[in-house]
Design a protein around this ligand. Sequence first.
Ligand code: PLP
Length: 433
Amino acid sequence: MIYHSTSNHSVTATISEAILHGYAPDGGQYLPEKIPTLPRAFMRNLSGMTLQEVSYAIANYALQGDIDAQVLHDVVNETLNFPIPLIDMGEGRHVLELFHGPSMSFKDIGARFMARLLAHYYASKGGREINVLIATSGHSGGAIANGFYGIEGINVYILYPQDQLSSLQRAQFATLGKNITAIEVNGTLGDCKNMVYEAFNDPDLSKRMLLTSAKSVNIARLLPQMFYYFWAYGQLQKLHGTTPEMVVAAPCGNLGNLTAGVMARQMGLPIKRLIAADNKNDVFTTYLRTGKFVPRATEPSLAIAMDCGNPRNFPRLQRLLGDHAAMCQIMEGFAYSDERIISTIASTWHREQYLLNPHSATAYQALLDGLRPGETGVALATSHPAKAQLTVESAIGATVDTPEALMRFFNGFGHITTINSGYTSLKKFLLSR
Ligand SMILES: *Cc1c(COP(=O)(O)O)cnc(C)c1O
């Protein structure tokens, strides 16, 4: 299969090139030339399959033989070795808990899949080391560090702004060591992002080291996010017998989740509609409402991993769906203030005894607001409530325990390098390794 850049159709890559470089050289994002449609009978079998079986089947079909079947089988099995429960909330509503991996965020799925696939590339490409570089405000750092931890041949560099992360967020990537290097930047998140951006656009650096992005612009992170849409549908069938179409609400940041949902739909999964949930950074839901896409500066919110003023996967959605009118046929959107996020966490706890994380709360509220009578809906719960302990505790007026899986990060020592803001110091550091 050939992969095309969203910026220029004539810029193409193979799947390995797309994965090893992340962005296309023209700054666009790769999409497959066509999305293969699964036979209808496949959808009927989903309820009898395990998560790993569903995932392998989707990966194999989507990649059309571009990656060796045995390799893919191993990658999928090592990635999806934690449960993804579907919780029945009544009245057609469900919550899909995507947060039972090592960093307790749905990003674990994409990060682990990409890490294991890159490990295979390293082994098969004569042992040239691969370097993964990201800037994080918290969530992606933990998932990527844990996904890549201990993988031979891959070095991970995580830039983060000084004094801006909670100690738990930082501990999730800074206490691991080995191939994971935490780089504290004497500057803001914007500075960190600019430094990473410059690194990717420095031809001299890319001559000296193989550098790739582990953000959701990388097709290797997007692909595995389709798995759980199919899994959710199978679980709905198992719960309710019949096979209705489903409506899925996703909490949006860079729109990776939503893009994966659109791709799953184009592969034939009966998704009736997708509901986009934004926090106060409502660039995408404003686009759905007005037809105008106007990126702007990011504002901090309680659902921090969704703080995104220029959603990176937007060009992919456009390429997959076409113009604004076409997008609105299968999508609607809602945006929520911090106050609303708190009140949703509180009311869901008091009414339904279910505890939501602030990110998941936007999706659940969007399902409450957007699901019509008779429809079956699934809200994607992207992060464990204890990852936003203070917010959740103040919302419900009770204490929330930190699970052992998160506590263990506090037992390690920090492996942190501090550098000054600015690309020169980053380049110097990377080349000194
Ligand atoms: C990254 C993230 C999101 C946003 O997902 P996108 O795929 O970037 O739209 C939502 N919730 C959590 C917890 C996240 O970490």
